[in-house]
Ligand binder design. Sequence first.
Ligand code: HDD
Length: 727
Amino acid sequence: MAIDESAAVPQTASAETAPAAGAKQEQLAPYRVDKTGTRLTTDQGIPVDDTDNSLKAGPRGPSLLEDFHLREKIMRFDHERIPERVVHARGSAAHGYFQPYGDGLAAFTAARFLTDPSVRTPVFVRFSTVQGSRGSTDTPRDVRGFATKFYTDEGNFDLVGNNMPVFFIQDGIKFPDLVHALKPEPQHEMPQAASAHDTFWDFVSLQPETMHHLIWLMSDRALPRSYRTMQGFGVHTFRLVNADGQTTFVKFHWTPTAGVHSLVWDEAQKISGKDPDFNRRDLWESIEAGVYPEYELGVQLIPEQDEFAFDDLDLLDATKIVPEERVPVTPVGRMVLDRNPDNFFAETEQVAFCVGNIVPGIDFTDDPLLQARLFSYLDTQLTRLGGPNFAQIPINRPVAPVRHHQQDGFHQDDIPLGQANYHPNSTGGGCPYVPGVGSFPEAFTHRPELVDGHKARKRAESFADHYGQAMLFWNSMSAWEREHIVAAYRFELGKVAYPHIRQRVVAELNRIDNTLATAVAAGIGVDPPAAVSVNDGRNSPALSQADQPKAGIAGRKVALLAADGVAATSVAGLKDFLEANDAVLEVLGPVDGVLRTAEGGILPVTRAMNTVSSVLYDAVAVPDGDEAVSRLIGDGLALHFVAEAYKHAKPLAVLGTGDRMVEAARLPVYTTSDRVEGVSSKPIAAALDGVVFLAAGAPVDERFTTDLFDAIAAHRHYDRPVDGIAA
Ligand code: HDD
């Protein structure tokens, strides 16, 4: 085929196409390869005129070894895969930037990216599940990784956190045991992307330090609606170090500006089949739509002299939080994710986070979990990325200059010039020079800490309590959060084959709270626990998702069920309202194409109803228009759609005679006999939660949009009586 040479474009994309500002995008630009308008070549740049037929001795004869294109093509294909991450294998990532609000942290840290509000630091953030393989689903009950690489002017800082503020174990030496127990069982590689199995529950019930993280895992935090709506935590206590070398303990928190929202468990399981890429797609589509995920960075600061001020927790114990009521979280800056990666493998798969990557102004603590991580991340990249030069992969390159005497190894991309590959040298003018300790204020200085102790494989006494903070968490939950937690334990343990493991978990739960243990035991067929009360009643309101501030509705997806005869006026009003608030309305028809409206016009269908499901939406709307409503009532799929959305506590927008559908779906909200002068607004007491009605034939008005905004912003309405709903 003839090539239009004029269509050829330069090999590199313009950095100006990158909304994620800054030095990192400029650095990546020369690596981006645009194939538009180019000829096909081999790896050696030799043009190829046929890539569909191998070179043969006669059309039906054997293929010839001299066919360098065949050999290269097959060889390259054979080696496309690299080992997946041993944990957190499934992930999705985005570029963006971080900017501090002001210089408020300047007294605490010398790190400029945290203290100079004029500095926008490029970031690359990778979100992940922990247990599943690369090709698994996005919505198992699992912890989510939240790893941020800050490309600061002083080098890369990797904050490799999770969406839960604590970890299962206190000492990194237990990590291989934890992960073996958590991952699919060795004999049959089951279950995939799920924690409900014997080895996991066996391990955790024998390792009581897991109890705190476990109750977080049984809560809705393990089912984030979106990466845009989950918190992130650095988990460990780190140190901030100021210009005078004084240090302050710090805990890092990410808080999404879109609010903290979760799925319900039944929904999460269904999504795993309907759209295993649910969270990945949401991240990608939000950024493409310009609804950029945003997170506020907050810090809890603890003066160094207060290290031992907490009688019930040790700052070095990663199974503990510092309750926000005792040390408040101070907001210090904002992160915006505004650019999708160009290539999944090159960026999301090859990004290498290392907990040991810190910059001047930040330092480690002696948390034994953190200490083991310092080795593990560096070590794992050698296998995963094929050698010691992984920091040269474009996504991993710092924007700060890199000059040293390390050399060679697999995949050395740089061409170091000159003779000097050692220090000290005179052949290279003494460069790269090392000015000497203390003579170079920007250099990283390890905190001069006095270390004194006898070598011993021991755990500190101050790490001994494993139940107090699990109790704090349980006490801080709202009624619906507790119901979800009990249901989660019952579900997970209900899949455990060994009764003694179930019983042992109940005994552990009884050390947290007797009502919790009793409720779980009642659901899994084991003996009720002894009626002892250990609960000290303490709580921390900041831990409850119910107490998180509600944000707007940007990025929420609303499904409108429609059919021929749909009243178009209120649909148009609904669409305008949602789009004005950066939310999305999708019109679902019985089939693809267009619908005939009650007014005689047409309404385009976004998707055929059978290709989606209520679980893929945040809210559902039913239309006005007698004919359309009658058609929908006759369609079991549509009725199930409405009932299921109601059961999953989602907001419903009921336009005009669409109220007949609410009645037909047997939702305990409303019957048409409740209509007052044609206006469908009479609630059946509190059961109306999150169901917003518009009068028949009426245009969308402010009362309706205000109520609907609040209903969607709240995200879920858990006070509904849903037990009898068949969905
Ligand atoms: Fe880890 C990956 C988070 C404890 C060893 N971990 C990994 C990732 C996240 C976390 C988000 C994925 C990074 C990415 O997107 O590439 N890990 C945590 C948190 C922990 C934690 C918040 C506790 C506070 N991890 C932990 C321990 C060890 C590891 C105790 C080992 C001693 N983690 C690894 C690893 C991984 C990893 C094996 C797999 C892939 C990788 O590092 O790059 O080294």
